[in-house]
Write a protein that binds this ligand. Structure first.
Ligand code: ADP
Ligand code: MG
Length: 240
């Protein structure tokens, strides 16, 4: 898998007369774990969906690596998205759930087996490949959803609050697994959360968003030590 940076320049988004994203510039480095953090409704999912190509931009540009993908079909972008509700196919085995996109793309059987087995190894799902989703725990199901993204070997992973449906204990465990996954794959990851602890522990770089604008971007400790305003301070949690 190759890692690629993501660059946003002057990106805006309006739904009808409502401006939801108001001129966002972002530089996310190759292999970086970027986290978008901010209150509900600030535009985190909309930004992620624009990067994935699931939503048009109103203006501005998005580059993945050197490629301008602003008007590119989502299927052509080298990104894979993992959602909060990880709708797995209930009638298919774990193996077939992970193989699904490769089968759609008519990849050879041997390649499908190799890729699914490798992803299963990384996610500790090897012993569960024959099971149906209903036989798995919540954490295991979320790992299958991540496995479906891994087999596509994307240049960029997009996560939209992937842990928010899990209980607190499992969230801590999955957080460690995501950190391990990032280390193992070395892929650029963009991760959306409204959970400060998740942001602080996972991120190389945090983007704090408010009302569709980036308030501050930087390494977790820089934001913690040097917040530009009360909003960032309140969100990142430094006492000063
Ligand atoms: P977040 O993920 O940070 O909670 P969203 O990106 O989902 O925020 O939403 C940002 C704003 O855009 C919200 O006010 C939301 O109501 C609005 N919004 C999102 N999607 C649509 C849509 N398809 N049509 C109209 N408004 C939308
Ligand atoms: Mg959201």
């Amino acid at each position: 898998m190759t890692a690629t940076g993501v660059h946003l320049e002057g990106v805006t988004k309006s739904f009808g007369a409502v401006d939801v994203i108001g001129g966002v510039d972002m530089q996310i480095g190759k292999g970086e774990f970027a986290v978008f953090v901010g209150p509900s409704g600030c535009g985190k999912s909309t930004l992620l969906r624009m990067i994935a190509g699931l939503e048009d931009t109103t203006s501005g540009s998005i580059h993945i690596g050197a490629r301008d993908v602003t008007h590119e079909d989502p299927a052509k972008r080298e990104v894979a998205m993992v959602f909060q509700s990880y709708a797995l196919y209930p009638h298919l085995s774990v193996f077939e759930n992970m193989a699904f996109s490769l089968r759609l793309a008519r990849r050879p059987r041997k390649e499908v087996e190799e890729k699914v087995n490798r992803a299963a190894g990384i996610l500790q799902l090897t012993d569960h490949l024959h099971k149906k989703p209903a036989q798995l725990s919540g954490g295991q199901r979320q790992r299958v959803a991540i496995g479906r993204a891994i087999v596509r070997a994307p240049e960029v992973f997009l996560f939209d609050e992937p842990l928010s449906n899990l209980d607190a204990e499992l969230r801590v465990q999955m957080r460690l697994e995501l950190a391990r996954l990032h280390k193992a794959l070395g892929t650029t990851m963009i991760y959306v959360t409204h959970d400060q602890v998740e942001a602080m522990t996972l991120a190389d770089k945090i983007f704090v968003l408010k009302s569709g604008m980036v308030q501050q971007a930087g390494a977790p400790l820089d934001l913690y030590d040097d917040p530009v305003n009360r909003f960032v301070a309140g969100f990142i949690g430094s006492p000063g």
